[in-house]
Design a protein around this ligand. Sequence first.
Ligand code: KG4
Ligand code: ZN
Length: 332
Amino acid sequence: MVRILAIESSCDETSASVCVDGKILSNVIASQSIHEKYGGVVPELASRAHMQKIMPVVQEALSTANCELSTVDAIAFTQAPGLIGALLVGACFAKSLALALNKPLIAVHHMQAHVLANLIADERPGFPFLCLTVSGGHTQIVRCDSASQMTVIGETLDDAAGEAFDKTAKLLGLPYPGGPLIDKHAKLGKPVFEFAEPQIAGLNFSFSGLKTSVLYFLQKQQKADPDFITKNLDDLCASVQDRIISILIHKLQKAVKETGIKNICLAGGVSANSGLRQKFEETGRQKNWKTFIPAFEYCTDNAAMIAITGYYKFLAGEFESLAVSPTARASW
Ligand code: KG4
Ligand code: ZN
């Protein structure tokens, strides 16, 4: 039996999870509401909130899983990428536990963990699979040949898909994080406004042009009618969402064509978007893909995905020394 305790603290969620033989027994997530009034995550406040929450969150994860700390076989933690101060809190805590308990330490790459969240459910993709990871900080298409062999075959050249949602939401006067609100309004509207799809070579993405064209469009319309946004909010949200989704799905289709792989997964916070989920599954049915989306709690930042990745690393004997440091940026 392999029992992993995992800790995630890369951004504004403090999370801990216990996983036994690849089964998630607990996944406690404490979100930080303090950032709302600033319109984005404030790194220093995030670090402070992690320090306040990490002890109770770990304790709750252990008690929910009915697990004694002394029975844990290894401690996994998010080593990169993320906010350095936030990562440091989780890393120091994990290293202290590993040292005190004399248990091995497992360093996990946050973006690999988002991909492997697809291995949590009983019905999981066979290898190789492709994963479209869409979050607030990243947008990637990853080819996954095994739990330890992953290659980024496409990624954003500028903003992430989540950022595109959040930044256009801000232009529309919606609070942070705007992604879920765009989703909500889009359900009530129609995509009647046309924003151009960027022509980017290969499997890479670009979202910064969309934000700029929405800005110019709004400025022009508001000159003629100052209430343009209020009157058209639902249709504006539907139009922006529709374009973000088409950019993502077109590149995913291209990746499937180029690789011939038909096991296709979604991951990351933006996969909570109802329009994206619908289009992803509809395209899958049309193109004969086998599609997978993790349960909602495993899509946004969570420690269960760190635990499942830690489990596979444990099986492969991939441990780290106590000298390991977190890093804000990290390639694979
Ligand atoms: O993966 P995640 O929880 O954190 C990062 O690692 O970035 O993703 C957060 C992002 C935010 O940009 C948020 O606006 C977006 O996911 N998001 C959504 C929805 N729910 C969360 N975007 C669109 N529609 C949603 N329903
Ligand atoms: Zn994330």
